[in-house]
Ligand binder design. Structure first.
Ligand code: GTP
Ligand code: MG
Length: 180
């Protein structure tokens, strides 16, 4: 039997991590070098066929700027899946002037918040984005893999720019959603 699944999916992560770029790559197959920072949130949808199911993603691309943090629960409430995005090239110093911690630290905070407040069955993916910037790497994949395993997330390094692992991460989420 063919299952039709509607799945609310939310992207969370630091400013500039590449949430909008991942969605744009996944939904439209495009990449913009000077992608504008998201205001509030943006909505997209995309359908994937996996095994015996058709998964229609209803995607909320949230804004990473700290001033929008209080809106986030609206977008992750009732979500079947979340993609938490960080930038592998962003190092561990607080950013001036927001005082916001670096990208990976911010991602861990989102994981904590989802574990505390989110849907307990939520499929959570961790995307180490900008994997094309290998020379600028600041976050090691090995340590992240351990962190992901300990926290029940699955982890992939992605590049919205080159498209590496972008369809794959959404496909893996769709697969997991179709199995429950
Ligand atoms: P907010 O909306 O402000 O929260 O940011 P965001 O997470 O949506 O980031 P966005 O997609 O706007 O990307 C920020 C910048 O990083 C843009 O200039 C993108 O072109 C760039 N960028 C995004 N993904 C990649 C990537 O995989 N590789 C490289 N090299 N640059 C990327
Ligand atoms: Mg954005």
């Amino acid at each position: 039997a063919n299952k039709n699944i509607n799945a609310k999916l939310v992207l969370l992560g630091d400013v500039g991590a590449g949430k909008s770029s991942l969605v744009l790559r996944f939904v439209k197959g495009q990449f913009i070098e000077f992608q504008e920072s998201t205001i509030g949130a943006a909505f997209f949808s995309q359908t994937l066929a996996v095994n015996d199911a058709t998964v229609k993603f209803e995607i909320w691309d949230t804004a990473g700027q700290e001033r929008y943090h209080s809106l986030a629960p609206m977008y992750y409430r009732g979500a079947a899946a979340a993609v938490i995005v960080y930038d592998i090239s962003n190092q561990g110093l607080p950013c001036f002037p927001t005082g916001q911690k670096a990208s990976f630290e911010r991602a861990k905070k989102w994981v904590q918040e989802l574990q505390a407040q989110g849907n307990p069955n939520m499929v959570m993916a961790l995307a180490g984005n900008k994997a094309d910037l290998l020379d600028a790497r600041k976050v090691a994949a090995e340590a992240t893999q351990v962190y992901a395993q300990e926290n029940g997330l699955f982890f992939m390094e992605t590049s919205a720019k080159t498209a590496t692992n972008v369809n794959d991460i959404f496909y893996e989420i769709a697969k997991r959603l179709s199995q429950v």
